[in-house]
Design a protein around this ligand. Sequence first.
Ligand code: FAD
Length: 455
Amino acid sequence: MSSPSIVWFRDDLRLADHPALRAALDRGEPVIGLYVLDEQSPGVRPLGGAARWWLHHSLASLSERLRERGGVLILRRGPAAEVVRDVVTDAGAGAVFWNRRYGGPERDIDARLKESLRADGVEVASFAGSLLFEPWTVTTGAGTHFSVYSPFWRACLSLPAPRAPLPEPREVPASGRAPASESLDDWGLLPHDPDWAGGLRETWEPGEPAARRRLREFLAEDVGAYDRARDRPSAGATSLLSPRLRWGELSPHTVWHAAIEAHDTSRFLSELGWREFAWHTLYHFPELATKNLRREFDAFPWPRLKPTALRAWQRGETGYAIVDAGMKELWHTGYMHNRARMVTASFLIKNLLIDWRHGEEWFWDTLVDADGANNPFNWQWVAGSGADAAPYFRVFNPELQAQKFDPDGHYIAQWAPEHRGEEGLAPAPIVDLKATRQRALAAYEQVKQAARSGN
Ligand code: FAD
């Protein structure tokens, strides 16, 4: 009798460079792929709408690719630890393999599950598949974690280089008696009534094959312009790999080595470093999405939320062209260029004086790359409350930002053409830039005082 191996897929929806899958194949028994939609375990953040859309399609692709190789993907819903245990029992599995996760609640689930399965005599092993450097291996001389990016990345680069990616398996032999799977369609991950995903469908093709195509195309065609043009939203100079990395359709190792083989000397690799930095920060500070990393920001006097201002920002109706363009790009495509993310976030936090957590939640719901570390990390970076953050008193002026980074107006023409048309069509500015800047700086004084008094 065989004792199948279970590969528990999480944010690693791929076959290539998948150490857990490789370990299962090496064990020599039939392999059962499993994905658990966990919306019940305490502390696990429910996915946003755009992320659910991506997940649906990426799972469909993974399932098909496994089937083509003789394999199977079982879908189950429920609290992950219970579900995995059930599937182990149903399958008579002898081993469970997974690639590690780094969020606090997820680590607790995995650690406890590992212990209880081992107590039952099931082999369990976890692997490094989603980060280039394991968080506990990158520390300061004093053994603490880094709070500034440059020394962090230098320390990473002084470690042994990230391992070469593992090849994609040609066959994934499944067991004749795989446990029952739920149906992906029954999970209701796709929006309906209304179906707002038309723009997402036009923009993206989720799944590992499209991810690999985009990586090749970016390195062959676009990376040369990356340094020069990465800050210009209409230039198409960035990789657009963020949802691929978010869902693990590509491993960072694959991206890293492909970039080095393409002789990339640009800033691109150091942007992967920011992804590492965000995840390492989350590892050490699991409450990154809800609590200020720099506690003196707890003294920030956020006024009572004005829902109309928040709504105007969400809809791209602030009256400031580059802000409105960014928010409309986000709504239409589930993506926003990094420069526009910084400008729209600064506008919300500093000109509208709305707590960064409201912005983080909107991005969480609307981004296809909504990432448990990168999103809160970057929001806190803009707010000034995060690791190696922009100083609070740096308030982006959206008009100057547009002149500098969208000088020919292409980005605004594409996403907020009302701002380029005849007068009167564009919404009137909802706030005055100068006055709101002063108000923000005055509010920030309280943070400075709190810092001085050691709170
Ligand atoms: P490229 O410039 O081609 O960069 C390559 C890869 O490096 C990206 O795919 C991404 O994985 C990583 N990267 C680049 N910039 C950053 C960064 N600042 N922080 C962390 N990783 C980075 N990125 C997400 O992946 N998910 C998010 O939820 C997210 N939310 C953000 C919210 C705000 C307010 C801001 C200012 C930035 C946010 N970012 C987020 C970071 C960044 O905007 C996106 O990673 C980037 O725009 C994705 O486009 P790209 O793949 O073409 O990037």
